[in-house]
Design a protein around this ligand. Structure first.
Ligand code: 5AD
Ligand code: SF4
Length: 432
């Protein structure tokens, strides 16, 4: 989401005559786009913003803007702590950035972090020249109404706001006409897309997916991310019906313990989650599943953690992102006493990651001998005819070929080796 917002900000400022520069020292303006999902991300943002003080001293005309969720959350507090920052802009206000830059150039500080009930995401056609030539993100909604107790997103990104289907389709058509071959639809919780539309104008997420998939020339379609509670049979059916929908589903489970899931306000159980996993695998036998896990949520017992480890064995994810719980006021869990020590969290995380890595490797080895189309990303850094692409499952596939490819081309390869983070392959017979 931040990556896409960064592209939007860049495009808006280029229209004002700014140019992207290669290094910080030659910049006349700096935008720090921040994430506050965990404490560590916020600390990193603050220390980087602090380090810009030196640059501002050397170059008093330098404009420093901070965007993203830390900006939204901190607002005026950030200005008090970091007076060298000129613009503090929350996710809803990035479209006004050119105005804010004009004000900052006149030495007027800007704090734009108010959230509006009736906020809508304006229609916006991306510049084809920005970002990767073959694959791009398209935002379909912003914000979240779920209030998982550990999560700061509903406070920083605000309530759910869905974009109009016609705006989304226009953006996808524009990108595909410009040569883009793969689109990832983005939202904090794509399954509730459309729930906020006025009565009568409702398009559900599965309906939107079908409309986007039908855009002529779109080779691959992905989406992220989903709360399992809203994963519907209609969405599962899309995997049966849509040829260009990729065989990958990121389905964050967070914990394998019903007691912890309840305290997290996730609104599903391990049993209902497993039903959905089975449903997805029925709809698409080779679907790759990935997840997010939090260890050390307040009150998580050893038995709760072991239940997460059991779930890992049952689902066998292709890969997982795993995190130590971090308290994020004003998210509700900040009022719960932390019962798991930092040391215990680190131990649980290490155990989880060790086992998940073994499973990832085993899963990746299961692909050996299969022939898959990969979408070329580019020549690998080592050069010498080594190419890198992605399978429909979103796995990185490296192979050797005497041919030269453009990013976005498809090539059929046969997998020869499964590694922890990627697959090795050779050109399929007939393509050599
Ligand atoms: N502490 C640790 N991890 C968190 N996540 C979200 N909030 C927290 C938190 N307070 C993780 C969840 C989510 C992912 C994007 O970040 O696993 O799915
Ligand atoms: Fe956060 Fe839960 Fe919304 Fe995901 S669904 S963004 S974890 S509140």
């Amino acid at each position: 989401m931040n990556e896409r917002d960064s592209e939007i900000m860049l495009q808006l400022l280029e229209q004002q005559g700014y140019l992207l520069c290669a290094d910080l020292d030659s910049a006349d303006a700096v935008i720090v786009n921040t994430c506050s999902i965990r404490g560590k991300a916020e600390q990193k943002a603050y220390s980087f913003i602090g380090s810009l003080r030196r640059l501002k001293k050397k170059k008093p005309h330098l404009i420093i803007a901070v965007a993203g969720c830390v900006a939204q959350q901190e607002g005026a507090k950030m200005k008090a702590r970091m007076p060298h920052v000129d613009i503090i802009v929350g996710p809803q206000a990035i479209y006004q950035l050119p105005d804010f830059f004009r004000q900052a150039a006149d030495a007027t500080a800007v704090i734009a972090t108010s959230q509006h009930k009736d906020f809508t995401i304006p229609p916006f056609l991306p510049d084809i020249g920005h970002g990767l030539p073959h694959k791009r993100f398209v935002t379909i909604m912003q914000g979240c109404n779920n209030y998982c107790t550990y999560c700061i997103v509903p406070y920083t990104r605000g309530r759910e706001v869905s974009r109009r289907p016609e705006d989304i389709l226009a953006e996808v058509r524009h990108l595909v006409d410009g040569g883009v071959r793969e689109i990832t639809l983005l939202g904090q919780n794509v399954n509730s897309y459309g729930n906020d539309h006025p009565a009568g104008g409702q398009t559900s997420f599965p309906e939107l997916l079908r409309q986007v998939a039908a855009v002529p020339g779109l080779v691959r379609l992905r989406f992220t991310t989903s709360n399992p509670k809203d994963l519907s049979p209609a969405l599962m059916a899309c995997f049966q019906d849509l040829d260009n929908l990729c065989h990958h589903f990121h389905l964050p489970v967070q914990s394998g313990s019903n007691a912890v899931l309840k305290k997290m306000n996730r609104k599903y159980t391990v049993e209902s989650y497993m039903d959905k996993v089975r449903g997805l695998r029925r709809a698409c036998a080779d679907i790759s599943l990935t997840t997010d896990i939090i260890v050390g949520f307040p009150g998580e017992t050893e038995a709760d953690f072991l239940a997460t480890m059991d779930l890992l064995e049952e689902v066998r994810y292709d890969s997982a992102f795993s995190f130590k719980y971090s308290s994020r006021p004003p998210a509700a869990s900040c009022n719960l006493a932390e019962t798991v020590s930092e040391e215990e969290k680190a131990q649980r995380l290490a155990l989880f990651q060790k086992r998940q890595n073994e499973i990832s490797l085993e899963r990746h080895q299961e692909y050996v001998g299969t022939t898959l189309p990969v979408m070329i990303e580019g020549e690998s850094k080592t050069g010498q005819g080594q190419w890198s692409g992605r399978s429909s499952h979103n796995l990185i596939v490296n192979f050797h070929s005497p041919r030269t490819y453009r990013p976005g081309e498809l090539e059929n390869v046969t997998i020869t080796e499964g590694c922890l983070h990627s697959l090795r392959a050779e050109l399929s017979q007939g393509d050599k």
